[in-house]
Write a protein that binds this ligand. Structure first.
Ligand SMILES: Nc1ncnc2c1ncn2[C@@H]1O[C@H](COP(=O)(O)OP(=O)(O)O)[C@@H](O)[C@H]1O
Ligand SMILES: O=C(O)C1=C[C@@H](OP(=O)(O)O)[C@@H](O)[C@H](O)C1
Length: 284
């Protein structure tokens, strides 16, 4: 039994490491998963082009989806192929988990019967089980699974709000990796009053200002440079460190993002333009 699905990456409005509440928006870059289920034995996994990648997350996603909806089916294999750099702050883990859960549900013939929020929560559970997350990251998982912008309480795994902004987006990903599980959560907790303010601005629909304050606050807490933020202001609508870094995301007018792209492109790493994504994860 085979299944296939893809899920988008996402950028950050509010990092959940300070208060447990987070907000993220899906972008038009994808991770794809092909899953075979059955045959018994352990679930195995592989990542295209990355023979040494950690495949525990996606293997656990197949196991959990089979346990929940497989009617006794065990074993399988999952292969992912991603346009999203791993551990870059662009929610590669959520995209991989969502694509894998949905591909498994597709293989089991139940992809259209399982509510998308429930499917995302299976991926969150898998991420907690294998230790690739601090809060569970339901903010990132819900944005990737549902599309658009979501606000969540990751302590209770509750979706607080969803919106569908239509943005041009610029991303700069430096060459280094920053695994979320290694982030200094204690330092993030110190800036909770700022995160609460970012959340209020988010609920007021002032997403650009919210993400910019998030950017300055979390660059401070996680020790990333603020220069990319200052370079982006005041021309863009919003700019932030994405997740626990090292990527930065900016949203705004296309012309202004083009000018900023010229500046960010002089830095080492990868710079690309994209847009918000509205439909979330889908079978293929
Ligand atoms: N394409 C993929 N296939 C399998 N696992 C993946 C994939 N992308 C990410 N992961 C998992 O997610 C982890 C990175 O998660 P994390 O540090 O939270 O980074 P990000 O900010 O990109 O989500 C990887 O170590 C791996 O376990
Ligand atoms: O592991 C976590 O709990 C989180 C990781 C961060 O994202 P990245 O995985 O993109 O760094 C952060 O933005 C999110 O709100 C919560």
């Amino acid at each position: 039994m085979d299944g296939s699905a893809e899920a988008p990456a996402a950028g950050t409005v509010l990092n959940a490491l300070a208060t447990g509440h987070g907000a993220a928006f899906a972008i038009d870059r994808y991770t794809r998963a092909d899953v075979e289920v059955g045959g018994g034995g352990p679930v195995t996994g592989a990542v295209a082009g990355e023979p040494d990648a950690d495949t525990r997350l996606v293997e656990r996603c197949v196991e959990l989806a089979c346990e929940a909806y497989g009617d006794g089916v065990t074993g399988g294999h999952v292969e992912t192929d991603s346009e999203v750099s791993m551990a870059a702050g662009l929610k590669s883990s959520s995209a991989a988990a969502n694509a894998t859960v949905l591909a498994t549900l597709d293989a089991l013939g139940v992809a259209d019967d399982v509510p998308r929020e429930d499917a995302a929560l299976l991926g969150v559970r898998a991420a907690r089980d294998v230790g690739v997350t601090v809060t569970g990251a339901y903010d990132d998982a819900s944005a990737s699974m549902l599309g658009g912008l979501t606000v969540t309480d990751n302590d209770r795994d509750v979706l607080l709000a969803r919106d569908d902004p239509d943005w041009d987006v610029l991303v700069w990903t430096p060459d280094e990796k920053a695994f979320s599980a290694d982030a200094d959560a204690e330092r993030c907790a110190r800036i909770a009053p700022l995160a609460e303010h970012v959340e209020e601005l988010t609920f007021a629909g002032r997403y650009g200002l919210a993400m910019t304050i998030n950017g300055f606050a979390f660059c401070g807490a996680l020790d990333f440079p603020i220069t990319p933020l200052v370079e982006a202001m005041p021309a863009v609508d919003g700019v932030s460190l994405s997740g626990t870094g090292p990527s930065y995301v900016a949203v705004g007018e296309a012309d202004n993002l083009e000018d900023l792209q010229d500046t960010w492109e002089t830095k080492p790493g990868t710079t690309f333009r994209t847009t918000t994504q509205h439909d979330g994860a889908r079978t293929r």
